[in-house]
Ligand binder design. Structure first.
Ligand SMILES: [Ca+2]
Ligand SMILES: [Ca+2]
Length: 356
């Protein structure tokens, strides 16, 4: 009888999550949650901790970057006792010696993706990364402070790109993708957030669907829960740009690269940005959620994995509940796709990868 009760509670919990529209993790998904807490992580260099590599800051790379696990003395409650900190006090043009998160076992890629020296596991088509970012100096701008964060296989083979800058009005976020099939590659930069409040952490999520064939990958960026941009990956850079001739193919993704390049700002030493509550996921491309009851009928409910349903009735119930919810949220708009603020040309239609 005890087991029966437990089962009931679990079923109730799953149904509850479904009603709230929470994302169900699809079968076969591989995921990691990294909060930099003790005892898994200790304060100091992150190289070698829990599968991370950061050869430069460990002293065996191009430069000794200013990064590592720090005690949370910054007052961000959601960051717990420890976070990962990095600054642009030291930068370089190198890749493989910068900070790479603990990798997923099952990489994400398409039929043409190459793994280099890395293991692929069970190749998946959908990647997600999410993390919180905050300033170590919430009360003031750190002029010039910047870092880039990229889905990567582990050696600087970036398949997408976000850059965070400490701007005059708060944190600015930029996204770069490769559009078209030109040679050299057409890197296009889009500002996806401007002037984010420097006194609170911000949650950043990026998803990638890597579809077989060129010019079709789908990359989406969310800031604080709002979808701010939909673009594509860097697959066509690796497919068509002679700079990638040694390995002319898109790359698998299984980790996150935190990189400091471009102009160094010595004043940011010991400061910069904090990263926390990092999660990564690889799995099947998400199907759903259903938006009409008809999509649930004639076995349609079985085709969804975001979320999954046990039967048609549960699928229909979900659609009805979502409609009520959408009515409630109808004031909210889609987000800021404006790239008009960033007009200095840096990264726009560049033939090279972004410098910082
Ligand atoms: Ca933490
Ligand atoms: Ca593709």
């Amino acid at each position: 009888m005890k087991n029966m009760n437990i089962k009931k509670i679990l079923v109730g919990g799953a149904a509850g999550a479904l009603m709230l529209g929470a994302l169900a993790v699809p079968a076969l998904a591989d995921s990691l949650s990294i909060n930099f807490e003790s005892p898994t992580y200790t304060v100091g260099n992150i190289n070698g901790q829990d599968g991370w590599t950061a050869l430069g800051s460990a002293g065996s790379g191009c430069a000794v970057y200013d990064e590592g696990v720090v005690a949370n003395t910054y007052g961000y409650a959601s960051f717990g006792g420890q976070s990962f900190r990095l600054s642009d006090a030291v930068t370089s043009g190198c890749f493989g010696d910068q900070a790479f998160a603990k990798p997923l076992v099952n990489a994400v890629g398409e039929v043409d993706s190459t793994a280099g020296t890395f293991s692929t596991g069970t190749l998946q088509r959908h990647f997600e990364m999410q993390f919180d970012i905050a300033s170590t100096v919430p009360g003031a701008q750190q002029p010039g402070m910047h870092t880039s964060v990229s889905p990567d296989r582990g050696d600087g083979s970036r398949m997408s790109y976000l850059r965070f800058e400490d701007g005059t009005a708060g944190l600015d976020v930029f996204f770069d993708d490769v559009q078209g099939t030109t040679n050299p590659a057409n890197f296009v930069e889009t500002q996806v957030a401007a002037g984010l409040d420097r006194t609170v952490p911000h949650t950043v999520k990026l998803t990638m669907d890597l579809l077989d064939g060129p010019s079709n990958d789908v990359v989406k960026v969310w800031i604080d829960g709002t979808l701010v941009h939909t673009g594509t990956s860097w697959e066509n850079y690796y497919r068509y740009d002679p700079e990638a001739i040694a390995e002319q193919s898109p790359r698998i993704v299984k980790t996150v690269l935190f990189r400091e390049s471009g102009a160094a700002n010595a004043a940011d030493a010991g400061k910069g940005f904090l990263i926390d509550n990092l999660s990564t996921l690889s799995g099947p491309i998400l199907v759903g959620p259903p938006t009409t009851k008809d999509q649930c009928k004639n076995g349609g409910w079985k085709t969804f994995n975001n979320p999954t349903f046990r039967n048609q009735g549960q699928c229909v119930e979900f659609v009805e509940h979502q409609k009520d919810k959408d009515k409630h949220d109808s004031d909210r708009h889609e987000g800021n796709n404006d790239d008009g603020h960033h007009d200095d040309g840096e990264g726009h239609h560049s033939s090279q990868q972004p410098e910082d």
